[in-house]
Design a protein around this ligand. Structure first.
Ligand SMILES: Cc1cc2nc3c(=O)[nH]c(=O)nc-3n(C[C@H](O)[C@H](O)[C@H](O)COP(=O)(O)O)c2cc1C
Length: 186
């Protein structure tokens, strides 16, 4: 089946997650197109299922993803769809931080009037090598709050994405698509 993954990213982690998901779909016999929301991504029409992912910066999803959803709302609401968020908050041990991500997501999706069948939340990364000095300082302060007790060295990058969990989430989406197609055939 044909799956489209559209992602919005600033430092590349959401793109990395999208590629990882695409590989899993490939291994399971699907055709996959991955597209950056800023690079004229395809519309949903010719796909059986669409996954849209965005990282969170300053409590907001990428504006390119917002625009893509707005422009393709009708097409999206007719298909099997999923949304995935990528954030530092999901790397926190504090359940309140996870709740905050869920609230940002619920509010974002309901304002757009898009109802994806599946919503997944994923921990992202801290890429100090890609930040300017001010961002390094800000992100170190935030990281200390999100991950108390952890030594944060601004000369290193940190990846918190739980790839096993992403694999499970991807397989869950593939299974949902399989079930839908079987249902349509009967
Ligand atoms: C300037 C900046 C602001 C951020 N703001 C948030 C935030 O509000 N909440 C959060 O959970 N993570 C925040 N993060 C962490 C990002 O979501 C995380 O680094 C993610 O992996 C970025 O994914 P990307 O590389 O695909 O953009 C922020 C990161 C940066 C650099």
């Amino acid at each position: 089946m044909n799956i489209l993954i559209v992602y919005g990213t600033a430092e590349g982690q959401t793109q990395k997650i999208a590629s990882f998901m695409a590989n899993i779909f490939h291994e399971n016999g699907h055709n996959v197109v991955t597209a950056n929301a800023t690079e004229n991504p395809p519309t949903p029409e010719e796909f059986d299922a669409i996954l849209i992912g965005s990282s969170i910066h300053l409590h907001k999803f990428k504006s390119s993803i917002k625009s893509y959803i707005k422009e393709n709302l009708m097409g999206l609401n007719e298909k099997l769809t999923g949304f995935f968020s990528v954030s530092l908050a999901m790397a926190s041990n504090n359940p309140e931080e996870h709740e905050a991500v869920k609230e940002i997501t619920t509010s974002f999706l309901s304002k757009l009037n898009w109802k994806p069948k599946h919503i997944y939340h994923m921990a992202g990364a801290l890429k100090f090598s890609k930040y300017d000095y001010l961002k390094k300082m800000t992100m170190r302060t935030i990281a200390k709050k999100e991950r108390p007790g952890e030594e944060i060295d601004i000369n290193l990058d940190y990846e918190y994405t739980d790839w096993k969990k992403v694999e499970t989430q991807t397989l869950n989406f593939a299974e949902s698509l399989q079930k839908l197609k079987l249902h349509e055939q009967t």
